[in-house]
Design a protein around this ligand. Structure first.
Ligand code: DGL
Length: 260
């Protein structure tokens, strides 16, 4: 048995492109539908109720309108706040939820000074608290990067560089590991590296893609078509012009990723 239905992805904007790009590398024959909720970006400082109701709306759309066979929550903040609710409400399909790759630090470089960059919402969540206390290397600083995802979403390069210099300057030269705990941050990896120097980056995109593959395989839901799958993108911006800008940037990043 197999399934030709698409896999749904959601994020508070285009940041989740850093996740879907890895999923496509691993599962190139699947069809994908990416929902970018950029009109509500950022999720990072919204209330739990607000995030749950947006994720509920998007999940309903992906499952009932787009007929998705699985949903990947390509947003650490939405995973932290809404995955419990979504799994309880939509029991017929699996939800695969990204989380900050702090366990990878424990597995690959546990002794180094570690900076976990994430949204305030993620760092304050119960889910992250459990992860952190399970793998605490006692040499970690948690940095709530308020406003960083917005700068990346807006593609404001000058604002981004200024922000990173102001907030990361003091960690320069003394940091070994950086957990990119928001799916927008890998899009600014170069700029973050420029400030911090020689660091090792960790993010959850590859791990979550393997998890997706395993879950689909266990349920006999992999698509066994021979040709490459198609990728659809929808952004919640209020005008067609803004939607087009997001779509263009999303596919540009995806094509750059493909070449790497
Ligand atoms: N990309 C998101 C995350 O991984 C959310 C960023 C935001 O909207 O604040 O947390």
């Amino acid at each position: 048995m197999s399934s030709k239905k698409p896999i749904g992805f959601l994020d508070s904007g285009i940041g989740g492109v850093s996740v879907i790009s890895q999923a496509i590398k691993l599962l190139p024959n699947e069809d994908y539908f990416f929902f970018s909720d950029s009109v509500n970006n950022p999720y990072g400082d919204k209330s739990d109720g607000n995030i749950i109701s947006r994720c509920d709306f998007i999940a309903d759309f992906l499952i009932n309108k787009k007929n998705c066979k699985a949903v990947v929550i390509a947003c650490n903040t939405a995973s932290a706040k809404a995955v419990g609710f979504l799994r309880e409400k939509y029991t017929s399909i699996p939800f695969i939820a990204i989380e900050p790759a702090y366990k990878m630090v424990h597995d690959f470089n546990p002794d180094g000074f570690t900076l976990v960059m994430a949204t305030k919402g993620t760092l304050e969540s119960e889910k992250f608290h459990r992860l952190y206390t399970s793998y605490d290397n006692h040499n970690t600083e948690l940095l709530a990067c308020v406003g960083l995802a917005d700068l990346i979403e807006q593609n404001d390069i000058d604002g981004l560089k200024d922000y990173l210099n102001r907030t990361l300057g003091k960690y320069s030269g003394k940091t070994d590991n950086v957990v990119l705990g928001c799916t927008h941050y890998p899009l600014a990896k170069k700029e973050i590296g420029d400030v911090l120097g020689d660091v090792r980056f960790f993010d959850g995109a590859v791990g979550v893609s393997h998890q997706l593959k395993n879950v689909l395989a266990e349920r006999d839901l992999l698509n066994n078509q021979k040709e490459r799958g198609k990728i659809e993108f929808l952004d919640s911006s209020p005008t067609d012009e803004l939607k087009k800008i997001k779509e263009k940037r999303f596919f540009n990043i995806l094509h750059q990723e493909e070449k790497q």
